[in-house]
Each structure stands twice: as C-alpha cells, then as structure tokens.
Design a protein around this ligand. Structure first.
Ligand SMILES: [Zn+2]
Length: 164
C-alpha cells in the first residue's frame, strides 16, 4: 500500500535499515526515548508518569496517536495497574482532544498484540487512537490502494502539542 505525502518516510526507512544492521536496541519506542533529540523532533506530544503520547510517524490517517508505556513490555497483562489506569485516562483525553481538533465521525481505539494480530512493534505494547471519518477508508483504500494523509506530521504536532 502506498502512502501519499510522506516526507518523513525516508527517515523512517533509514532508521529501519540502521536497526537491521545491528543497532544497540531493536525497539523503536525505546530508541525514541533514548534519543537526545527534542520531543518536537520525535513527535512526542505528551509525557505522563508511566506513558507517553506520540504521533505515529507512519500514520494510517491524520491525527493517528499512539500511547506507549515507558517500560519495555510486550504484553499489557505485564503492566502495573497504575500504568494501565493512566493509559486509560490518556485514551479518554486523546479522544477528547482529537474530537475538538478534528471533529471526526468516529474513532478506532485499540492494540495489536503479537505479529499474528498485526503488531508492527510487537516487543513493546502500545495503544492506537485514530480519528475516523465517514468514507475515509473504503473509497481511497480499496479503490486506489492508497491512504491519503492531508496534513504533515509537523502540522498535526503543532495542533495537538500542549493540549494534554
Ligand atoms: Zn521498547
């Protein structure tokens, strides 16, 4: 599937190559956390006590957020209650913020655990929060095999930063 308008794609592919060539960490989320770059360069929208909120650099749709625990754990069942309570609060807040900023018709909220379930990063669990619009996927996705991303990550970041 092709992605239209993805100026960040080159960096993403480059960082994948780096990992495959034997980088210190195989986990993209831990790598992001350890990187000395500023949060706005890493698209980290918010840091809470146990989790952080980050834009998906390879989004399915504008406003695609991920809520990720700081702790490197493959399964939500291994996380502490404090951590998952906060995760749930961050999901609620994400839905409110995306609702105010983008006025979507609906949301997809969920997680893929394990490769069989479609997890892209299976070693570090994370929650996806995506705004959805009537007809956003069935037309472009099935007809053209292309997802439209009508806004840059920088623009999305600007809109969401500071709202949590
Ligand atoms: Zn990790």
């Amino acid at each position: 599937m092709d992605i239209l308008w993805s100026p960040w794609r080159y960096d993403y592919i480059r960082s994948n190559e780096k990992r495959e060539s034997g980088g210190a960490s195989d986990c993209v989320f831990c790598e992001v956390l350890q990187s000395p770059a500023a949060d706005d360069e890493k698209f980290i929208v918010h840091r809470a006590g146990f989790n952080f909120v980050i834009l998906n650099i390879f989004p399915y749709i504008t406003g695609h957020l991920m809520i990720v625990p700081f702790e490197h754990l493959p399964a939500i069942s291994q996380a502490s209650k404090e951590s998952t309570d906060e995760l749930m609060d961050l999901i609620k807040r994400s839905q409110e913020i995306l609702g105010e900023v983008y006025r979507p018709n609906g949301f997809n909220i969920g997680m893929n655990l394990g490769k069989a379930a479609g997890a892209g990063v299976e070693e570090h669990f994370h929650m996806h929060v995506m705004p959805r619009w009537t007809g956003d996927s069935n037309f472009m996705t099935t007809v053209a095999e292309t997802r439209t991303i009508p806004e840059t990550l920088e623009k999305t970041y600007e809109k969401l930063k500071g709202r949590f």
